[in-house]
Design a protein around this ligand. Structure first.
Ligand code: CP
Ligand code: NVA
Length: 310
C-alpha cells in the first residue's frame, strides 16, 4: 500500500482518509522495529524541520527533534521569543519565507487558525503539534498504541472523562474514523465543541462507531476498553485552574471509577498528568496503565508522519 502524502499538511485528523491513517500506522510499526533493532532508516537525509513552539512541551519537542535526527535530518527549534512573528510579522509572510528554507514545519500554538494559515500561505507541509482546538499527533500515537495492545481498533469503547478540550476533539475525530465507540463525560459547560461532535457523528455514520456525550463519568466508563483523561486546565487556562479543580472533582480517575470498566481496560493520558487531580497514582502506575508506551509512540508515529509528508 502506498498512498501519496508528500506535501500534505496534518492540521486535524479529519483531514486524513482512513487509508492514510493506516498507512501512517504501518510505517510507524516498521520504523519502530528498525529503531529498536538499531537499523538505519534515514528517510529524510539532509532535510530540515522547523519547530515553532508558543507553548511549553516535553514530549512533542523531544520526540520531533529526536525523530527528525533519526531520519537523517535536522530540527530547528523556535521558542516563543525567537521569530519575528512575535513582533508582529504576519503569519503569511512568515509562511512564505520559511517555505524558502525549510522542508517542513511543526507548530504548537494557541490559535488553530494560525496553523491553517501557515499551511495555506506556505508551500511546505505543516504538522500541528497542538493548538487550543486539536492535538492530532497525540491521537494518532494513541490509536497506534491501542492497536499494538488490543490488535484491533474497530468495536472497542474509549471512555474520555474530563474537559472537552483539544484532546477530546482529536479523540472524537480519531475514534469515530477508525470505528471505535467514544463516550465522553464532562461537567456541565465543559463539553466538547458542538461543531466537532457533529463532524464526528458524520464519521461515526460512515465507519460504524457510536458517540455519546454526557455528564456522568460512571456511565461512560461502564464496559470501557480504554479509560482516557487529560488535565483539567490546559495550557493557557492557568487562571481557571482553581475553579476547574472544584468543578471537575467528581471526574477524577480513581479505583472506584475504573472498577466499572472492563477487567482488561487500558488507562491512557496524553501527559503531562496532574497526579492527584484528574488521576491518582494507583491508576496511573497500575498494570492497566500504558501511559509511557503511549508517550514513546509519539516518536515512532511522528517519524512516520514526517517521512510521509516531507
Ligand atoms: N502530550 C504532549 O503533547 O506532551 P507535551 O506537552 O510535553 O509535548
Ligand atoms: N489539553 C492539554 C494537552 C497537553 C498535551 C493542553 O492543551 O495543555
Amino acid at each position: 500500500m502506498s498512498i501519496k502524502m508528500k506535501g500534505k499538511s496534518l492540521i486535524e485528523i479529519n483531514h486524513l482518509t482512513i487509508e492514510e491513517i493506516y498507512q501512517i500506522f504501518e510505517l510507524s510499526a516498521a520504523l519502530k522495529m528498525k529503531q529498536l533493532a538499531g537499523e538505519p532508516h534515514r528517510l529524510l537525509e539532509g532535510k530540515t524541520l522547523g519547530m515553532i513552539f508558543s507553548k511549553p512541551s516535553t514530549r512533542t519537542r523531544v520526540s520531533f527533534e529526536v525523530g527528525i535526527y533519526q531520519l537523517g535530518g535536522i530540527g530547528m527549534y523556535f521558542g516563543p521569543n525567537d521569530l519575528q512573528l512575535n513582533r508582529g510579522e504576519t503569519i503569511s509572510d512568515t509562511a512564505k519565507v520559511l517555505s524558502r528554507y525549510l522542508d517542513g514545519i511543526m507548530i504548537r500554538t494557541f490559535s488553530h487558525q494560525d496553523v491553517i494559515d501557515l499551511a495555506r500561505f506556505g508551500s511546505i507541509p505543516v504538522i500541528n503539534g497542538l493548538t487550543d482546538l486539536h492535538h492530532p499527533c497525540q491521537v494518532l500515537a494513541d490509536l497506534f498504541t491501542i492497536l499494538e495492545k488490543k490488535r484491533k481498533l474497530e468495536g472497542l469503547k474509549l471512555a474520555y472523562i474530563g474537559d472537552g478540550n483539544n484532546m477530546a476533539h482529536s479523540l472524537l475525530h480519531g475514534c469515530s474514523k477508525v470505528g471505535m465507540d467514544i463516550s465522553i463525560a464532562s461537567p456541565s459547560g465543559y463539553s466538547p465543541m458542538k461543531k466537532i461532535v457533529e463532524e464526528s457523528k458524520v464519521n461515526a455514520k460512515e465507519f460504524g462507531s457510536k458517540i455519546e456525550i454526557v455528564d456522568d463519568p460512571i456511565q461512560v466508563v461502564k464496559d470501557a476498553d480504554i479509560v482516557y483523561t487529560d488535565v483539567w486546565a490546559s495550557m493557557g487556562q492557568e487562571k481557571e485552574a482553581e475553579e476547574r479543580k472544584k468543578k471537575f472533582k467528581k471526574y477524577q480517575i480513581n479505583q472506584d471509577l475504573v472498577k466499572h470498566a472492563k477487567e482488561d481496560y487500558l488507562f491512557m493520558h496524553c501527559l503531562p498528568a496532574h497526579r492527584g487531580d484528574e488521576v491518582v497514582d494507583e491508576v496511573a502506575d497500575s498494570p492497566n496503565s500504558i501511559i509511557f508506551d503511549e508517550a514513546e509512540n509519539r516518536l515512532h508515529v511522528q517519524k512516520a508522519i514526517m517521512a510521509l509528508v516531507m
